[in-house]
Design a protein. Structure first.
Length: 202
């Protein structure tokens, strides 16, 4: 896993604001440097381009997400509640990147998917969710199933639903802050729907 320095984290903080304001394609190293209050030379010392900053931002946010998922397993709640909370955390995780276009600018997405250093991000998510599902099966709050397959199906369901909702917003011309907020509210409702399908009702 990639470790980030204090200076790199400062750069990422500034980049988050610029990515969100201008979108990934219109963001430049000059804009990030201006937001940070340092020269572009300072940025280039740590990152060769904005794509690498974007990757580092994904690494940091992913690490926070994974830590939060692990934290759910330490709570004294049912496995089903852990899973519901975990899926809601995934929605919040996606929300941060949707804000500055990760789901619509597929050039960045392809870079992330093809980078060997970042592949772990796309494998750890289902592994952690599968662990939570096992807890739910053991305590009886989740119906018996294949944890690994169920975790993947849940992820694919959420990702697919978000893509459909995103395209709908784009076609309707409502792809703005209000539309995106509604999109993620719909995702939370979809989480509740998915949970009904795998939860043991007593």
């Amino acid at each position: 896993m990639i470790e980030l320095t204090a200076d790199q984290n400062k750069i990422i903080d500034a980049a988050f604001k610029i990515f969100e304001k201008y979108g990934a394609n219109k963001t430049t190293m000059a804009l990030i440097a201006k937001e940070l209050g340092y020269s572009r030379t300072f940025l280039y010392y740590y990152f060769p381009d904005k794509e690498s900053i974007y990757k580092a931002a994904l690494v940091r946010r992913s690490t926070q997400f994974f830590d939060s998922l692990k934290g759910e397993t330490k709570k004294e709640i049912s496995g089903a509640k852990m899973l519901e909370n975990g899926l809601k955390l995934k929605v919040e995780y996606a929300k941060d990147f949707q804000k500055f276009g990760e789901s619509t600018e597929l050039d960045f997405y392809k870079i992330l998917r093809s980078d060997p250093e970042l592949r772990y991000i796309f494998t750890i998510q289902p592994q952690l969710l599968a662990q939570i599902i096992k807890i739910g099966i053991k305590d009886g709050s989740i119906a018996k199933c294949n944890p690994a397959k169920t975790a993947l199906n849940l992820m694919h369901g959420l990702n697919g639903n978000m893509m459909i909702l995103t395209k709908t917003l784009q076609y309707s011309g409502n792809y703005g802050p209000e539309g995106l907020e509604q999109l993620f509210k719909s995702q939370i409702e979809y989480v509740k729907f998915l949970m009904k399908a795998i939860t043991n009702h007593k």
